[in-house]
Design a protein around this ligand. Sequence first.
Ligand code: AMP
Length: 281
Amino acid sequence: MQIIRSIKKMQVISRQLASKNKIGLVPTMGFLHEGHLSLIRKAKKLSDKVIVTIFVNPTQFAPNEDLSKYPRDEKGDIAKIKAAGGDIVFIPKRDSIYPDRFETYVNCEKITQTLEGESRPTHFRGVTTIVAKLFNIIRPDVAVFGQKDYQQVMVLKKMVVDLDYPIKMIIAPTVREKDGLAMSSRNKYFNAVQRKEAICLYQALKTAKQLVKSDNVNETIKLRNSMKRVIKKICPTAKVDYIAFTDFESLKITKKVNKNTICSLAVKLHGVRLIDNMKMG
Ligand code: AMP
């Protein structure tokens, strides 16, 4: 497995590979867990050469967020990528991605206004900018993203259509811990007691789905109230940022659940902001 740190070298190698290989890309911010590795395995099935990127992207963090303490483990990540079947790890330097005079950003305008975008107004501009740069450097045929960050992948799909990238976008299912907590690099911030309370997001989503399926409840107002009760019961100090029911294609808010509805939520627990989602239909 090759480790590449220079943008120029990555461009040369991916152009060489492209003549004979289908290239799969898995962008990450590192501190890899089984969720990331499932994306690498999926990319391996869909392409000949898998390139995994590790870059903690400063432009998607607001000044008050956890950029400086975001967990890192480059050595461990490289070993995990190798074991999962990655062919190349691209670890660019921050200054080469964003040199001093950098001033060009990619911005998807509408679907970035709701949910995560409402709470984190500059977040998606950072995401679309870094992913566009990685697409330009690597020129993959396929790129794999997790459903865990559902709005993110929908924004990126929109960017691919709007900017004519010839890239197949794949959404891989959310990988969860045994108790249902969606795997996340940020779960590391919790102590044992807090970690147990972190299941409140998954439990709330499961409760809503149960109410839809078994009790035919479809008013989102009722579902949201039940979810809030579940969260408060499991973690009394939790702060719900949002619980939103939307169409899973357009991400438009819906008042009544139907077979195309996805529920997304963000909750702050013990200073850590977690997100999760589940299709209700
Ligand atoms: P991150 O390193 O958090 O930026 O995530 C890199 C990629 O891994 C994104 O496409 C995420 O959606 C995906 N990902 C993160 N957590 C999970 C998970 N638990 N299951 C599946 N994919 C995930």
